[in-house]
Design a protein around this ligand. Structure first.
Ligand code: ADP
Ligand code: MG
Length: 293
């Protein structure tokens, strides 16, 4: 495109709350065939809330939640914030914990009352060889099928219970994704969350393909693999985790509500943090390229 067309397109973008950081992004956006979406904070609101507290026999709900809050007190993960909030709302006393360690993609660990405890997903429990009975697995599966994210709390080798959070999808997500599908775009949901939860969210908003259980460090490799099929790939995300994938993508789009790291890594910033800005950006790119032909 001519410098003038790029300038006009960039200006139109700005008027619509779409910050285009470079001319190439404006040119390439209309060529994107596959669009990959981060789940938490991109498709969903990004503010999960605790919905279920399911202790094992011998533990009360309050005990389970306060133990969880004790382990999460030093974590900034959205799941941790949800747990901290629930414990505050219930006015629970949160026991002290030490030796906190975040386990990206898995959960957290720490020492509470001189015992090592683990809080996180099924993969973490398997890693620690904590036995999960079929009944417990069923509880977690039912939560996941409802679109909630279940996670497990174990003290030592003993499972103390299962908690779940829900993060509702943004009201505008389904409509925006339907518009993209109508334009023939292939839509992918990319997340560190488990397959069942991710599938349930994808179905709520009409996304075709789900790539779940992806470790933060592997998100960029997933984009590269899609590109290796010969497609131009756009990535839409908001988290620190998403930054390498935003850079790897042919065009990286960050939510304006996202972390600074994601905003820095992106080519385009969506200031209204709604997915409806994605079809708008595509249309803008199409118009820019048409002007110069
Ligand atoms: P996402 O792509 O949703 O941001 P993450 O890679 O941050 O996913 O986490 C993947 C999974 O690991 C979460 O769905 C959760 O089950 C588990 N997990 C990660 N961090 C925590 C935490 N602080 N507390 C509990 N579970 C966690
Ligand atoms: Mg996110």
């Amino acid at each position: 495109a001519t410098p003038t067309a790029i300038m006009v397109g960039t200006g139109k973008g700005a008027e619509n709350g779409i910050l285009i950081k470079n001319g190439t992004a404006l040119e390439v956006t209309q060529q994107l065939e596959t669009l990959v979406f981060d789940k938490t904070g991109t498709v969903t609101q990004g503010h999960p809330a605790v919905t279920d507290v399911a202790p094992q026999a011998g533990t009360t709900s309050d005990e389970l939640l306060s133990l969880a809050a004790s382990l999460e007190q030093y974590s900034e993960h959205p799941l941790a914030v949800a747990i901290q909030q629930a414990a505050t709302e219930q006015a629970l006393t949160v026991p002290a914990s030490r030796d906190f360690k975040a386990l990206p993609g898995y959960g957290v660990t720490g020492v509470v009352a001189d015992q090592v405890a683990w809080l996180g997903n099924l993969a973490l429990m398997q890693q620690q060889q904590i036995t999960i009975t079929p009944a417990q697995q069923q509880t977690a599966a039912a939560l996941a099928q409802a679109g909630k994210t279940p996670f497990y709390l174990a003290v030592g080798a003993e499972l103390k219970g299962i908690l779940a959070v829900a993060d509702p999808v943004k009201a505008s997500s389904a409509q925006a994704l339907a518009a993209l599908k109508q334009q023939g775009k292939h839509l992918v949901l990319l997340t560190g969350d488990n397959q069942q939860t991710a599938q349930a969210i994808a179905e709520q908003v009409g996304i075709d393909e789900v790539i779940s259980d992806v470790l933060p460090a592997d998100k960029a490799a997933v984009i590269a693999k899609l590109q290796a099929k010969g497609q131009k790939v756009g990535m839409v995300g908001d988290g620190i985790n998403d930054a390498p994938a935003l850079v790897q993508a042919d065009v990286g789009l960050a939510m304006g509500s996202g972390t600074d790291v994601a905003i820095d890594a992106a080519d385009i910033v969506l200031l209204n943090h709604q997915l409806t800005s994605v079809p708008t950006a595509l249309a803008l790119s199409q118009r820019t390229m048409r002007t110069i032909k």
